[in-house]
Every structure is written in C-alpha cells, then in structure tokens.
Design a protein around this ligand. Structure first.
Ligand code: 6A9
Length: 772
C-alpha cells in the first residue's frame, strides 16, 4: 500500500544521487581526456604504489624485507613498522616523485618518473636504491618485491628468461590496452650476486596481497654469504595455494622478488604498447636525465610560487617546505567504491552508489582516505601549487552529494579502504554534517584576479550541487532561532562522556553544552555558514545568477550586533556556544555493590561515569578556545569591534591560549583543559595545537593587520610572533622526529597523535610564504 511505498521511498533517498549532471563525466578522467593525470602515486596507503584513475585499476606496489636481523615485510604504511622517517622529498603531483624511507640500518630511495605518450596514459619507471647506514658494517641482504595486480578485470602474463628469473609481465586492461612491465637486472649488490623469486597467483581482493605474500614465503632459499665462501638462507616467495573462489573477478597478482646485498639499485619499467614513438627505455642515464629535469622545474616553480628564499629562509628550510608540499600533493589518492550510509529511515546501513574520489588524505598510515573538512584545508595549499588538481578534487567531492544535499564526511570507499577502519566507524549518518570548508578553498580560487576557464566550467557544473549543499545545512543544521545553527549528531550517551562529543564539527571533543538539546546554538557553524553565503554570492555574480538570498544571509550572518546578542558571553569575555549546560561535571568510578545473595564475581567491573553536581541550565558554554575565535578567524568581526581587542588579549595570554609553539585548542584556564572524556578517551581538541586552525588564526591576524582599526598594530605584532613560533616548531619537529604530525603538544611543542600527518600540517608552507 501507500504507507509501504512511502517508507521505501524515504529509505532510498539517502542513496539517491543528486539529479544534476555529474561535474565529471566518466570520460573526463579517461586517459584520452586527461592523460597526464591518468597514472599516479594514487595509493597513499602503501609506501610506494601506483594506479590509474579508473574504477578497477591495475595496481602496482613495492614491498621490501631485510633478511638480516628481525625481518618483517613492509608494504602498507604502518606506524607499527617504526620507520625513522619516510615521505616524499619532492613530488610535483603529476610527473615525478622522490621519496626517502629510513628503515633500521639502511635507507631506501624510491623515485618515479612518468613519460607522456600513446593513448593510455604513457610510461613510467621506478628506481629503488638501497644504501646501508654504515658502509663498514656487515653486509645487509635486502629483498625488494615488486607486484602488479588486477582488481577484477584485465589479465597478466609472466615471462621468464631463465628457470627462476621473471623478466617481464605483459598485460591488458580496459583502460590500459596492452602493456609490458620490464624487470631489468639490478645494479650493484656486494659480491654481485642477485637471487630471484617470484609468485603468480590469485586472491579475493587487493587488501589480501600482504597476507598472500607473507604466507607464501619460506626461508629455504640460499644466497652466497657476503664473503662468497658459504651460503646463507633467506626468505623467498615460494608457493601459495589459493582457496578456490567462485566467480572470476578476483585479483590476479604477479610478484617479482630481488634479493641482494646493499648498496644496490633496481629499476622497473612500465611501457604502454600504444606508445610507439619511444626514443629509448626510461632507465639508466635516460631516467636520471628526465628526473633531474623534473626536479629543476619543480624547484624553479616552487621558488616562483612561494618566494621562500626572498623571505630569508635557509635552503634546509626551503627543502622542508618543499617536502611538506610534496607530501600533500604526492599523498593524493584515487579511490573507488561505496560508502556504507544510513538515515533515520533505514533500519540498517545501505550501500551508497559506487563512485570515484580523487582527493588528498590526512595521513598515509592512519587515515589514508578522504575526509570532507580536511580536504577544504588541503586545497588551500594544493590550489596554489596546481589549480587543476584542486578543481579535480572539488569536482569529485561535489559529485558525491546525494539528492538531499548531503556529502558523507569520511569516505571509506571499497574493500581495501574498509579493511583499515574499525567497524564502529564505518557507517556514515545522513543527519551528520562536517564544516563546509570546500567554500574556503573556493573563496581562494575565486577571488583576486580573473577566474580561469577551467574554474568557470567547474562552477557551471557545480552550481546546482552547491545550492543544494548550502540548503541542506540550512534545512538540517538550523537552530531554534533565526540565523542560528546547531550541529546534529552529538553523542547521546550523557552518562559516559564527561562532555558528549561533536565529531561532526571536526573538533570532536571540544567542550560544548554539557546536555545536548535542541536549544543549542553553535557559533562555529554559524560562522561557516556566513562564509558559505559569501562564496555563494560571489559564485552567483560570476555566473550571472540571482544571488539575492545568499547576499541577504551573508548580511544577516555577519551583522555584528546580532552575532554579539546570540553568542557573546560577557562572563567568558569571548564568543561562545549556547545551550543546556553546567560546568559542574566530573568523571567518577561507579560503585557497584553486590545485591544481597549475589555472587560477588558476577558484579560487573566498575566503570568511570559522569556525575553532574549541579543541574544544567540554559546559558553560554564557558569554554574559551578555538570555537570562541571563529568570528575572528573567519573574519566576520568588524576591525573596530572592542570584542576584537578582548579576543587578542586571550590569544596572547600564556595562561589561556598562547604557547611558544602555536595557539592551543582550549584555554589552560578552561575547566575541561586536557581532561579525558572517558577512561579510554584522552583529550584531543582540549589543549593540543592543531595546524588547520592555527593557519586560520595567523591568516586572520595578517588580514586584520591590513585593515584600518584600533587593533591593527596589535594584530601585526601577534602575527609576526605566531608565524615565527609555528614555523620554528614544525621545522624542529620535522628535523627531530622525521615527520609532520597530527597535532602538537602545548607544553613541549612535540608532535603527537598519528604520523606522518601531512594533511593540514602542510599548511605551514603557506604560513612561510605568507599566502593568505
Ligand atoms: C578512526 C581509526 C587504523 C579527527 O583528520 C581526520 C579527522 C579530522 O577530520 C577530525 O577533525 N581526524 C579529527 O578530529 C581523524 C579521525 C579518524 C577517525 C577514524 C579510525 C583507524 O585506525
């Protein structure tokens, strides 16, 4: 009956895509339309891997294994591998990359160069160079494993040049046509001896490759000892008996293993058969020449874009900035698959329509996938380096929007991505937002100068989607009063959490009203919507559309007296959220006594639970920190507002927000400063220094220092100090630890959370370049 139909139609809405034509038709990313972007290091989750921008791409990857000491196979980027450092030193996002991986006792340099030609995205080559830390120490036997694998389509044929040496693989796939991968004999290796192993097999999917390799290895192989007098054993690819799989869309894989003493060098060449005018193989001296040309070009372009030498940076600091940018663009991935999503109309999670996503990722080890609000920050840097890459990402993200105007926050696309995420984090809920930071990137791309043809074309395609996205926020994240907003999807369980989290805001455990309710209004979301309204107005002007309603919203949302009425807390001396709130909460161990006659062993163990000592009431939330700064960092506050003076005071106050390493997320004087949220939930956005928000603070200080007003000088002084602090600390952390980090300790400046985290931490390049 009708009731049943109604239910069904509500339930399918969450997985119904927006009706507007896709911004990116499948053809627009094909090797014919965009050959230079077809192949890329689009597998940021592995130490080295390449694939094409196609749904079920043939993939290639690197593994290695030290046969001396405790050997463990390296493949996917894992913090547990304990590498001293790894990451791109140079990568221009398109043509080449140079990475250094510091393993225990030796360094691997992984370089790749692409060469355009033919009709299928051209050729590329890899060069892997292994160097021992100490040339005098006993020879170290290392195995380098190269694999090529299909993902449900295409074929691979191995070719041998002797009984045990794989010399090449020929293959075909839908988008690559036919191709050949060559394995020339390596260079170097003390005693000159090289041992070869290989494996040709099938497995149920790309995320099984590590296991297949690991379980096929036996240490029954012999390699000459370093002095050639005897033989020593090593682990080599042997046999693997795959279970039988139904169907034929499994992964075919060919793995080539080369074992030799360091120092040594291996090259791998991918050649597209449609590339017929090749001068010669991309190896040896030709490889070196092309790589050097790309490096020089990048250095020159980097100098032109960012002017770091002119600003007085030493060459080591310039290299640091170059590495940060390289990891941002070199860490971009291409993913394809379905999210698991759910709305309140679905009894269970449902699969989103499969789609591609070409995006940067926050962290290659821990979060190698797309995050909506992270990407808006990433694009601030990417757009300044290569606007095409930024437009590509924006288009992919906006093509993910559904009919209601929702974009899932965390994009866990396909089985390989899903294999990295604990089950409880997989499902994305339709009522949940994430800050619309894509507007930050758009604002930058659209202001100052003329908009490129590429940009205008994007805007025309994106406009209906942006409109729906904007409306979705207004329809689903609105507050009770006009021009107020409220993040949906806060934690419901008020018994366990010291303060129920607001993951959707991006600021996770940043303190909000202690008792979530419909009365809440969130100042950060209001400011994000002011920004969105401004950018929508600009877009309408550029497209000749009527932007009246966006302009009206922008006026209302930037009206300082209305803002002050809704969000200024005189008691806090800052902007604040409003809601049902009490400061008097604490975590305490629950006391559970056995009931008379109960077996004491059956009493559940005590838990840490929240106790509320004073009932909540409607009031401003007394938390000073990032949220209180939003009207300033998104430049809504007028430069002559006395409130600006008050905020600058807090900012510079070492007992509140100021540290020698950057601005801390929550004031030292705030009741929840560095408090854990549950027994297992350490403080996250309750004190540590985060670089995305620090970028916005530094930028706002700079902008206010350019505007007439009583606080101009003050802003300029703080700008200089904060900029210096951020740069010195991130540079020092990178030098000392080998990485950029997720966040930085407010007492010591040390990097913490996960690493490498070259997502928004790379914004330090823009801080150095003073690009705001
Ligand atoms: C956990 C663990 C193998 C948390 O950078 C991505 C996000 C930010 O958007 C957000 O603002 N990070 C910040 O508060 C990381 C979130 C990771 C959640 C998934 C799964 C898997 O470990």
């Amino acid at each position: 009956g009708y009731g049943h139909y109604k239910k069904w139609s509500l339930a399918v809405r969450v997985v119904t895509l927006h009706p507007a034509p896709l911004i990116l038709t499948p053809n627009s990313t094909s090797p014919a339309a965009a050959p230079h972007l077809f192949w890329g290091s689009y597998r940021p989750q592995v130490y080295l891997g390449m694939k094409t921008r196609s749904p079920r791409s043939v993939v290639t990857g690197l593994m290695w294994l030290s046969q001396s000491g405790s050997s463990s196979l390296r493949h996917t980027c894992e913090q547990g591998d304990g590498l001293e450092r790894y990451g791109w030193l140079m990568h221009d996002g398109v043509n080449f990359g140079v990475q250094e991986i510091k393993d225990k006792g030796f360094t691997l340099r992984t370089e790749f160069v692409k060469r355009p030609g033919g009709r299928h995205g051209g050729d590329w080559s890899w060069r892997i160079t292994g160097t021992p830390d100490d040339p005098a120490s006993p020879a170290r036997l290392v195995s380098v494993l190269f694999y090529v694998a299909t993902d449900g389509q295409g074929s691979l044929t191995p070719h041998m040049d002797s009984r045990d040496r794989l010399s090449s693989v020929t293959g075909t796939s839908e988008e690559l046509g036919t191709f050949t991968i060559h394995f020339p004999r390596p260079e170097g290796g003390a005693s000159g001896h090289v041992s070869y192993n290989h494996l040709v097999t099938v497995c149920p999917g790309l995320h099984h490759i590590t296991d297949v390799v690991r379980s096929s290895m036996r240490d029954r192989f012999n390699h000459p000892a370093a002095d050639s007098s005897t033989k020593r054993r090593y682990f080599g690819l042997d046999t693997y008996q795959p279970p039988s799989y139904p169907g034929s869309d499994h992964t075919h894989i060919v793995i080539h293993q080369v074992s030799m003493y360091l120092p040594a060098q291996v090259e791998i060449l991918f050649e597209s058969d449609s590339f017929t005018q090749r001068q010669g193989p991309l190896s040896g001296a030709a490889f070196t020449t092309e790589l050097e040309t790309h490096k020089r070009n990048m250095e020159e372009r980097f100098r032109e874009r960012f002017h770091l030498e002119e600003k007085g940076f030493m060459s080591e600091q310039v290299s640091f900035a170059q590495a940060a940018l390289s990891n941002m663009v070199g860490g971009m991935g291409y993913f394809y698959g379905s999210s698991l999503v759910q709305s309140r109309h679905n009894p269970e999670p449902v699969a989103y329509p499969p789609a591609p996503l070409h995006t940067a990722v926050p962290s290659r080890s821990f979060f190698p996938r797309g995050f909506l609000w992270d990407e808006g920050f990433h694009l601030l840097l990417i757009a300044r380096w290569d606007p095409t890459l930024a437009w590509q990402s924006l288009a992919h993200w906006l093509d993910l929007i559904n009919a209601d105007g929702w974009i899932p926050r965390e994009q866990i696309l396909g089985p390989e991505a899903r294999s990295k995420v604990p089950a409880e984090f997989v499902v994305q809920w339709e009522e949940n937002a994430n800050p619309p930071t894509l507007f930050l990137a758009l604002r930058q791309l659209l202001t100052g100068g003329t908009v490129s043809a590429e940009g205008l074309q994007f805007l025309r395609g994106a406009f209906p989607r942006l409109q729906t996205w904007y409306d979705w926020f207004n329809n689903t994240q609105n507050g009770l009063l006009p021009y107020t907003y409220r993040w949906r999807g806060r934690d419901r369980d008020t018994l366990r959490f010291l303060n129920p989290k607001t993951l959707t805001s991006g600021l996770d455990d940043y303190p909000r009203a202690s008792h979530p309710s419909d009365d809440e209004r969130h100042v950060d979301l209001r400011c994000w919507m002011a920004l969105a309204s401004e950018v929508m107005t600009t877009i309408c002007e550029l497209l000749g559309e009527d932007g009246g309603r966006y302009k009206a919203s922008h006026m209302a949302l930037t009206d300082n007296s209305r803002l002050d009425k809704l969000h200024w807390s005189e008691r806090l001396g800052a902007y604040a959220d409003y809601g049902n709130h009490t400061q008097n909460v604490a975590l305490e161990w629950e006391r559970i006594r056995p009931t008379p006659g109960q077996d004491p062993r059956s009493v559940p163990p005590p838990r840490l639970i929240r106790v509320v000592r004073k009932p909540p009431k409607l009031q401003f939330v007394g938390a000073l920190g990032y949220v209180s700064l939003f009207p300033f960092i998104l430049e809504i506050l007028s430069p002559d507002s006395p409130k600006l003076g008050r905020l600058l005071d807090h900012l510079r106050d070492a007992d509140r927000l100021w540290t020698p390493y950057g601005i801390r997320s929550l004031s030292k004087s705030s009741p929840l400063f560095l408090q854990r949220n549950t027994e297992h939930d350490p403080p996250y956005w309750r004190g540590p220094i985060w670089i995305n928000i620090n970028y916005l603070v530094v930028r706002a200080l700079y902008r206010y220092s350019q505007m007439e007003g009583p606080y101009r000088e003050r802003a300029l002084g703080l700008y200089r100090e904060l900029r210096t602090n951020l740069i010195s600390n991130l540079y020092r952390q990178y030098k000392e630890s080998g990485f950029l980090w997720e966040q930085y300790n407010d007492q010591t400046g040390r990097g913490q959370g996960c690493h490498p985290f070259t997502g928004w931490s790379s914004l330090i390049v823009l801080v150095m370049a003073e690009e705001f």
